[in-house]
Design a protein around this ligand. Sequence first.
Ligand code: HEM
Length: 239
Amino acid sequence: MASKVTERGPAARRPFLLELYGSALGKKYVMAITGIVWMGYVLAHMIGNLKLYQGADYINEYAEFLRQDLMSPIIAQGATLWLLRSVLIVALVLHVVAAYQLTVMNKKARPESYRSRRDFVAADFASRTMRWTGVIVLLFILFHVADITLGWANPDPDGSVFDRTVASFQNPASAGFYLLANLALGFHLYHGSWSLFQSMGWNNPRFNHWRRAFAIAFAVIVVVPNLSFPIAVQLGIIS
Ligand code: HEM
Protein backbone atom coordinates (compact mmCIF):
# COMPACT_ATOMS: atom_id res chain seq x y z
CA MET A 1 0.00 0.00 0.00
CA ALA A 2 1.35 3.49 -0.86
CA SER A 3 2.17 5.56 2.23
CA LYS A 4 0.25 8.79 2.81
CA VAL A 5 2.03 11.88 1.41
CA THR A 6 1.69 15.12 3.34
CA GLU A 7 3.02 18.63 2.58
CA ARG A 8 6.12 17.68 4.56
CA GLY A 9 6.67 14.53 2.50
CA PRO A 10 5.71 10.93 3.36
CA ALA A 11 3.75 10.78 6.64
CA ALA A 12 6.10 10.39 9.62
CA ARG A 13 5.76 6.95 11.21
CA ARG A 14 4.59 6.94 14.82
CA PRO A 15 6.63 4.98 17.38
CA PHE A 16 5.99 1.24 17.02
CA LEU A 17 3.94 0.86 20.22
CA LEU A 18 1.66 3.79 19.32
CA GLU A 19 1.29 2.41 15.80
CA LEU A 20 0.34 -0.98 17.28
CA TYR A 21 -2.10 0.60 19.75
CA GLY A 22 -3.83 2.30 16.81
CA SER A 23 -4.96 -1.11 15.55
CA ALA A 24 -7.67 -3.33 17.01
CA LEU A 25 -4.99 -5.98 17.66
CA GLY A 26 -2.90 -3.55 19.74
CA LYS A 27 -5.93 -2.59 21.83
CA LYS A 28 -6.67 -6.28 22.39
CA TYR A 29 -3.10 -6.82 23.61
CA VAL A 30 -3.54 -3.94 26.03
CA MET A 31 -6.83 -5.40 27.28
CA ALA A 32 -5.26 -8.84 27.71
CA ILE A 33 -2.12 -7.63 29.53
CA THR A 34 -3.96 -5.23 31.84
CA GLY A 35 -6.59 -7.95 32.41
CA ILE A 36 -3.83 -10.35 33.51
CA VAL A 37 -2.53 -7.71 35.98
CA TRP A 38 -6.00 -7.47 37.58
CA MET A 39 -6.48 -11.25 37.50
CA GLY A 40 -3.30 -11.56 39.57
CA TYR A 41 -4.58 -8.89 41.95
CA VAL A 42 -8.08 -10.34 42.49
CA LEU A 43 -6.60 -13.80 43.11
CA ALA A 44 -4.04 -12.50 45.65
CA HIS A 45 -6.70 -10.24 47.24
CA MET A 46 -9.14 -13.14 47.67
CA ILE A 47 -6.40 -15.23 49.33
CA GLY A 48 -5.62 -12.32 51.69
CA ASN A 49 -9.32 -11.88 52.48
CA LEU A 50 -9.54 -15.50 53.69
CA LYS A 51 -7.90 -14.14 56.86
CA LEU A 52 -11.35 -12.77 57.74
CA TYR A 53 -12.14 -16.35 58.82
CA GLN A 54 -9.08 -16.43 61.11
CA GLY A 55 -10.26 -13.35 62.99
CA ALA A 56 -9.74 -9.64 63.44
CA ASP A 57 -6.10 -9.75 64.59
CA TYR A 58 -4.97 -11.78 61.60
CA ILE A 59 -6.50 -9.57 58.90
CA ASN A 60 -5.62 -6.31 60.69
CA GLU A 61 -2.01 -7.38 61.07
CA TYR A 62 -1.93 -8.51 57.44
CA ALA A 63 -3.36 -5.13 56.28
CA GLU A 64 -0.70 -3.32 58.34
CA PHE A 65 2.00 -5.51 56.80
CA LEU A 66 0.76 -4.68 53.26
CA ARG A 67 0.70 -0.99 54.08
CA GLN A 68 4.09 -0.74 55.80
CA ASP A 69 6.36 -3.70 55.37
CA LEU A 70 5.70 -5.32 51.99
CA MET A 71 9.14 -5.66 50.30
CA SER A 72 10.78 -3.57 53.07
CA PRO A 73 13.72 -2.99 53.54
CA ILE A 74 14.48 -3.63 49.82
CA ILE A 75 11.97 -0.88 48.97
CA ALA A 76 11.30 2.02 51.39
CA GLN A 77 8.58 1.36 54.00
CA GLY A 78 5.14 2.00 52.60
CA ALA A 79 6.38 2.51 49.03
CA THR A 80 5.51 -0.94 47.63
CA LEU A 81 1.81 -0.43 48.27
CA TRP A 82 1.87 2.83 46.30
CA LEU A 83 3.85 1.16 43.52
CA LEU A 84 1.22 -1.59 43.34
CA ARG A 85 -1.61 0.93 43.50
CA SER A 86 -0.06 2.89 40.62
CA VAL A 87 0.23 -0.25 38.48
CA LEU A 88 -3.40 -1.17 39.26
CA ILE A 89 -4.73 2.31 38.48
CA VAL A 90 -2.80 2.58 35.19
CA ALA A 91 -3.90 -0.96 34.21
CA LEU A 92 -7.54 -0.19 35.04
CA VAL A 93 -7.57 3.07 33.08
CA LEU A 94 -5.89 1.45 30.04
CA HIS A 95 -8.30 -1.52 30.21
CA VAL A 96 -11.39 0.71 30.29
CA VAL A 97 -10.13 3.11 27.59
CA ALA A 98 -9.12 0.26 25.24
CA ALA A 99 -12.50 -1.45 25.82
CA TYR A 100 -14.34 1.75 24.98
CA GLN A 101 -12.24 2.41 21.87
CA LEU A 102 -12.65 -1.19 20.65
CA THR A 103 -16.43 -0.94 21.07
CA VAL A 104 -16.48 2.26 19.01
CA MET A 105 -14.22 0.65 16.35
CA ASN A 106 -16.43 -2.46 16.16
CA LYS A 107 -19.59 -0.40 15.84
CA LYS A 108 -18.09 1.60 12.96
CA ALA A 109 -16.87 -1.41 11.00
CA ARG A 110 -19.34 -4.18 11.74
CA PRO A 111 -19.37 -6.53 8.77
CA GLU A 112 -22.70 -8.07 9.79
CA SER A 113 -23.40 -9.49 6.33
CA TYR A 114 -20.18 -11.53 6.46
CA ARG A 115 -21.01 -13.28 9.71
CA SER A 116 -23.31 -16.21 10.23
CA ARG A 117 -26.36 -15.30 12.31
CA ARG A 118 -25.30 -17.78 15.02
CA ASP A 119 -21.77 -16.36 15.40
CA PHE A 120 -23.16 -12.85 15.37
CA VAL A 121 -25.66 -13.53 18.17
CA ALA A 122 -23.03 -15.37 20.29
CA ALA A 123 -20.36 -12.67 19.84
CA ASP A 124 -22.85 -9.91 20.50
CA PHE A 125 -24.14 -11.57 23.67
CA ALA A 126 -20.58 -12.06 24.99
CA SER A 127 -19.50 -8.48 24.28
CA ARG A 128 -22.71 -7.04 25.73
CA THR A 129 -22.22 -9.18 28.86
CA MET A 130 -18.61 -7.96 29.12
CA ARG A 131 -19.71 -4.35 28.84
CA TRP A 132 -22.37 -4.62 31.56
CA THR A 133 -20.35 -6.74 33.95
CA GLY A 134 -17.39 -4.42 33.35
CA VAL A 135 -19.43 -1.35 34.27
CA ILE A 136 -20.75 -3.05 37.44
CA VAL A 137 -17.23 -4.13 38.50
CA LEU A 138 -15.87 -0.62 37.83
CA LEU A 139 -18.62 1.01 39.94
CA PHE A 140 -18.00 -1.64 42.59
CA ILE A 141 -14.26 -0.85 42.79
CA LEU A 142 -15.05 2.86 43.31
CA PHE A 143 -17.61 2.07 46.03
CA HIS A 144 -15.38 -0.58 47.66
CA VAL A 145 -12.38 1.76 47.99
CA ALA A 146 -14.66 4.52 49.40
CA ASP A 147 -16.21 1.94 51.74
CA ILE A 148 -13.32 -0.07 53.15
CA THR A 149 -10.02 1.60 52.25
CA LEU A 150 -11.05 5.23 52.78
CA GLY A 151 -14.01 4.61 55.11
CA TRP A 152 -16.06 7.45 53.52
CA ALA A 153 -19.05 5.20 52.78
CA ASN A 154 -18.61 2.96 55.82
CA PRO A 155 -20.81 2.82 58.97
CA ASP A 156 -17.65 2.43 61.11
CA PRO A 157 -15.12 4.72 59.34
CA ASP A 158 -12.70 4.84 62.29
CA GLY A 159 -12.74 1.10 62.92
CA SER A 160 -9.97 -1.33 61.94
CA VAL A 161 -9.92 -3.01 58.51
CA PHE A 162 -11.80 -5.96 60.05
CA ASP A 163 -14.37 -3.69 61.74
CA ARG A 164 -14.98 -1.73 58.52
CA THR A 165 -15.43 -4.93 56.50
CA VAL A 166 -17.88 -6.43 59.01
CA ALA A 167 -19.78 -3.13 59.40
CA SER A 168 -20.18 -2.92 55.63
CA PHE A 169 -21.37 -6.52 55.26
CA GLN A 170 -23.85 -6.18 58.15
CA ASN A 171 -25.78 -3.70 56.02
CA PRO A 172 -28.00 -5.86 53.75
CA ALA A 173 -27.91 -3.31 50.89
CA SER A 174 -24.13 -3.20 50.93
CA ALA A 175 -23.83 -7.01 51.30
CA GLY A 176 -26.26 -7.37 48.36
CA PHE A 177 -24.14 -5.07 46.21
CA TYR A 178 -21.00 -7.07 47.07
CA LEU A 179 -22.80 -10.26 46.00
CA LEU A 180 -24.06 -8.72 42.74
CA ALA A 181 -20.66 -7.22 41.92
CA ASN A 182 -18.80 -10.46 42.61
CA LEU A 183 -21.23 -12.41 40.40
CA ALA A 184 -20.61 -9.84 37.66
CA LEU A 185 -16.87 -10.24 38.30
CA GLY A 186 -17.28 -14.02 37.86
CA PHE A 187 -18.80 -13.63 34.38
CA HIS A 188 -16.26 -10.97 33.48
CA LEU A 189 -13.34 -13.15 34.61
CA TYR A 190 -14.75 -16.19 32.85
CA HIS A 191 -15.17 -14.51 29.49
CA GLY A 192 -12.04 -12.38 29.90
CA SER A 193 -9.73 -15.24 30.77
CA TRP A 194 -11.18 -17.24 27.88
CA SER A 195 -10.70 -14.49 25.31
CA LEU A 196 -7.30 -13.28 26.48
CA PHE A 197 -5.76 -16.39 24.90
CA GLN A 198 -7.36 -15.39 21.60
CA SER A 199 -6.12 -11.81 21.93
CA MET A 200 -2.56 -12.93 22.63
CA GLY A 201 -2.67 -15.40 19.72
CA TRP A 202 -2.44 -18.46 22.01
CA ASN A 203 -5.39 -20.25 20.50
CA ASN A 204 -4.60 -23.63 19.08
CA PRO A 205 -7.97 -25.47 18.71
CA ARG A 206 -6.38 -28.51 20.37
CA PHE A 207 -6.15 -26.55 23.64
CA ASN A 208 -9.61 -25.01 23.57
CA HIS A 209 -11.04 -27.36 26.18
CA TRP A 210 -8.15 -26.44 28.51
CA ARG A 211 -8.84 -22.77 27.89
CA ARG A 212 -12.46 -23.22 28.89
CA ALA A 213 -11.53 -25.29 31.96
CA PHE A 214 -9.01 -22.63 33.02
CA ALA A 215 -11.53 -19.81 32.52
CA ILE A 216 -14.19 -21.59 34.60
CA ALA A 217 -11.76 -22.66 37.34
CA PHE A 218 -10.23 -19.19 37.65
CA ALA A 219 -13.63 -17.45 37.92
CA VAL A 220 -14.91 -19.99 40.47
CA ILE A 221 -11.74 -19.92 42.63
CA VAL A 222 -11.84 -16.12 42.92
CA VAL A 223 -15.58 -15.58 43.18
CA VAL A 224 -16.86 -18.36 45.47
CA PRO A 225 -14.75 -17.31 48.51
CA ASN A 226 -15.54 -13.63 47.75
CA LEU A 227 -19.27 -14.41 47.79
CA SER A 228 -18.86 -16.28 51.06
CA PHE A 229 -17.58 -13.23 53.05
CA PRO A 230 -20.74 -11.07 53.02
CA ILE A 231 -22.86 -14.22 53.46
CA ALA A 232 -20.76 -15.30 56.47
CA VAL A 233 -21.19 -11.86 58.08
CA GLN A 234 -24.95 -11.87 57.44
CA LEU A 235 -25.17 -15.35 59.03
CA GLY A 236 -23.08 -14.26 62.03
CA ILE A 237 -20.22 -16.69 61.20
CA ILE A 238 -17.84 -13.71 60.97
CA SER A 239 -18.59 -11.01 63.55
C1 HEM B 1 -16.18 -9.86 49.24
C2 HEM B 1 -15.02 -9.68 48.65
C3 HEM B 1 -13.99 -8.68 49.09
C4 HEM B 1 -13.56 -8.38 50.35
C5 HEM B 1 -13.98 -9.02 51.66
C6 HEM B 1 -12.56 -7.33 50.21
C7 HEM B 1 -11.87 -6.76 51.26
C8 HEM B 1 -11.02 -5.70 51.16
C9 HEM B 1 -10.37 -5.05 52.27
C10 HEM B 1 -10.49 -5.50 53.73
C11 HEM B 1 -9.65 -4.01 51.77
C12 HEM B 1 -8.85 -2.97 52.57
C13 HEM B 1 -7.44 -3.34 52.75
C14 HEM B 1 -6.74 -2.25 53.53
O1 HEM B 1 -7.21 -1.11 53.57
O2 HEM B 1 -5.72 -2.58 54.06
C15 HEM B 1 -9.83 -4.00 50.33
C16 HEM B 1 -9.24 -3.10 49.46
C17 HEM B 1 -9.36 -3.16 48.09
N1 HEM B 1 -10.06 -4.08 47.36
FE1 HEM B 1 -11.21 -5.55 48.12
N2 HEM B 1 -12.42 -7.03 48.89
C18 HEM B 1 -13.27 -7.83 48.16
C19 HEM B 1 -13.41 -7.85 46.79
C20 HEM B 1 -12.70 -7.07 45.91
C21 HEM B 1 -12.78 -7.17 44.49
C22 HEM B 1 -13.66 -8.16 43.75
C23 HEM B 1 -11.94 -6.23 43.96
C24 HEM B 1 -11.64 -5.89 42.55
C25 HEM B 1 -12.37 -6.20 41.52
C26 HEM B 1 -11.35 -5.53 45.08
C27 HEM B 1 -10.46 -4.49 44.96
C28 HEM B 1 -9.92 -3.81 46.03
C29 HEM B 1 -9.06 -2.64 45.88
C30 HEM B 1 -8.62 -2.01 44.56
C31 HEM B 1 -8.71 -2.23 47.18
C32 HEM B 1 -7.82 -1.07 47.57
C33 HEM B 1 -6.44 -1.56 47.85
C34 HEM B 1 -5.59 -0.46 48.37
O3 HEM B 1 -5.84 0.04 49.44
O4 HEM B 1 -4.67 -0.09 47.67
N3 HEM B 1 -11.81 -6.08 46.24
N4 HEM B 1 -10.66 -5.04 49.99
